[in-house]
Ligand binder design. Structure first.
Ligand SMILES: [Zn+2]
Length: 86
């Protein structure tokens, strides 16, 4: 399992699904050194051979996992075995 953490996006542009952990309710966003750029410390987990990108989201505090893809999305089904095994 490879991990690439901290989705780095522009100001106020952190994806809504990476803003808060649904398990421990920890706030995932924080401001960068410039005081403007918002980052998320939520970890996008990549499963090589399944999907060459972030398949689901992992909380660095409680190790809880949750989906990034909406219900009915084909990649949500592929992520389900990993997200639901917790
Ligand atoms: Zn958490």
């Amino acid at each position: 399992m490879n991990r690439w953490g901290g989705s780095k996006r522009g100001t106020g542009d952190v994806a809504v699904e990476t803003r808060q952990c649904p398990h421990c309710k920890a706030e995932m966003t924080y401001k960068g050194a410039d005081g403007k750029t918002t980052y998320s410390c939520a970890v996008m987990v990549t499963i090589p051979g399944v999907y060459d990108g972030g398949l689901y989201i992992l909380c660095p505090y409680c190790n809880g996992r949750w989906h990034r893809f909406p219900e009915g999305h084909p990649l949500r089904e592929r992520a389900a075995p990993y997200v639901d095994e917790q």
